[in-house]
Design a protein around this ligand. Structure first.
Ligand code: AMO
Length: 426
């Protein structure tokens, strides 16, 4: 049974030795599992063989206990104590290699110990609910969930930040995005898809929001009339999922992490890139038309938008075509700007989205214009030669969303196991 289910009567449970006080005549042991803690009381004269086991046990060893739970108003932990009848030590713990005040990098070396606390477990309970609710919303709104490979024969986003792997006698790459596969699903008539997949980026960035491997949540949808359809889908999905997190974990998150989960109202504020340029210039920040944001410009814009709208999210849409990936559709009336967007949460970009160029001849031209060799892209371009509806979608970084939702200092805390330029272990 779980410790939280213990009531007076016969009990059998397992857990970790969290605390052990070995007195002259008695032992008081606190046992913990994920659901709670309970005190075990041993009267040495009555149970010498059990007292012997506990006298040799170390903190954080695990035990299996059979016994009698009895009410005792003097016991602080729930007014119940366990009088053990049988005790088996199921593992022995060596002295712990880290403490609460160890640095994050020391803690990551011993992540299995670092994670042993209710506030850390809560992060992953929140992630479970968040991801499940996002999937649920997508499935309820017509998405088919597809499982796509992480090995690919060509770089899927352009750019240099791709990991190369040996693939028998050829080269393969780890996906930087499931972009090609989700677009292929539109060519296959799937209409709407959802993908949860690991994503790899060979970026030597040491920031709070960069990892070399992270969890992507991707959506692609057909028959769109523009990027607005995609943005609406995303804002509704996020509002739904964050509301589910608030309902299920809001109180615990406040208690253990001192964070308020704010359920965002829809629609999220939106600005165009041209408006963003004007805002930045009004703040005396120099930015030229056609430029992408620097990190400082992003932070200044996020700060301005949050103060102006009292909303933690906002979209920036219609980026200059040249700063976006080759698959992005340009605006018909103004081709130097594109049908694209990014979504910001607090001060970080959490999503890129766009309507895609689905006409194979235009797509090929766009790839060439960016100086990318079209030969390895042949299969990708071929997807669109047998009919393909107008479509768009987005890619969201689940780890970034979780980090920001819980105000965690970096992805190192938000990811179960962090992968960065200097970290491949454990
Ligand atoms: P983009 O490259 O913007 O777009 O990536 C989408 C989202 O992935 C997250 N992200 C990261 N998270 C952690 N560490 C990183 N190094 C990292 N890089 C990106 C961010 C980002 O917004 N194919 C397009 C999406 C699309 O258009 O559908 C793409 O990959 O949250």
């Amino acid at each position: 049974m779980k410790i939280s289910e213990i009531k007076p009567g016969k009990v059998e449970f397992q857990g970790w030795i969290e605390n052990l006080r070995d007195k002259k005549n008695m032992q008081f042991i606190v046992i913990r599992d994920l659901s709670g803690k309970v005190q075990v009381t041993v009267i040495k004269a009555e149970k010498p063989e059990i007292a012997e086991i506990f006298s040799k046990a170390t903190l954080e060893s695990t035990v299996k206990i059979k016994g009698e739970a009895v009410a005792n108003e003097f016991v602080k932990l729930g007014g119940i104590e366990i009088i053990p009848e049988e005790v088996e030590l199921t593992s022995h713990a060596e002295a712990l290699p880290i403490a609460e005040d160890s640095s994050i990098d020391q803690r990551l070396d011993y992540r299995w110990v670092d994670l042993r606390s209710p506030s850390k477990t809560l992060i992953f309970q929140v992630e479970t609910t968040l991801n499940q609710a996002m999937r649920q919303y997508a499935i309820d709104h017509g998405c088919i969930e597809i499982h796509t490979p992480t090995l690919i024969g060509t770089s899927s986003e352009g750019g240099a930040d791709v990991f190369e792997v040996k693939y028998f006698d050829k080269k393969a790459y780890l996906i930087q995005s499931p972009q090609f596969y989700k677009q292929m699903a539109m060519c296959a008539g799937f209409e709407k898809v959802l993908i949860n997949t690991p994503i790899f980026r060979a970026e030597k960035s040491h920031t709070k929001q960069h990892a070399t491997e992270f969890s992507g949540f991707d959506i692609e949808m057909s028959y769109v009339n523009g990027v607005e359809d995609v943005m609406q889908f995303e804002e509704n999905l996020l509002a739904y999922a964050i509301n589910e997190v608030a309902k299920k974990h809001g109180e615990k998150v406040k208690e253990l992490l001192n964070v308020d989960i704010v359920v965002p109202t829809v629609p999220f504020p939106r600005i165009t890139m041209k408006e963003a340029y004007q805002i930045l210039r009004s703040l005396n920040i120099d930015i030229k038309d056609g430029d992408d944001f620097s990190k400082e410009q992003e932070v200044a814009l996020c700060d301005y938008m949050e103060k102006k709208n009292g909303h933690q999210f906002f979209f920036v849409k219609e980026y200059p075509t040249k700063v976006r990936a080759f698959y992005t559709m340009a605006k018909e009336d103004e081709p130097e700007y594109s049908k694209s967007y990014d979504l910001y949460f607090k001060d970080v970009e959490i999503t890129s989205g766009a309507q895609r160029e689905h006409r194979p001849d235009v797509l090929k031209k766009q790839i060439e214009e960016r100086g990318i060799d079209t030969t390895p892209m042949t299969d990708y371009i071929n997807f669109f030669k047998n009919g393909c509806p107008p479509h768009g979608g987005f890619g969201l970084g689940l780890d970034r969303l979780l980090m920001l939702l819980l105000d965690l200092p970096s992805l190192k805390e938000a990811m179960y196991i962090f992968r960065g330029p200097d970290r491949l272990n454990p």
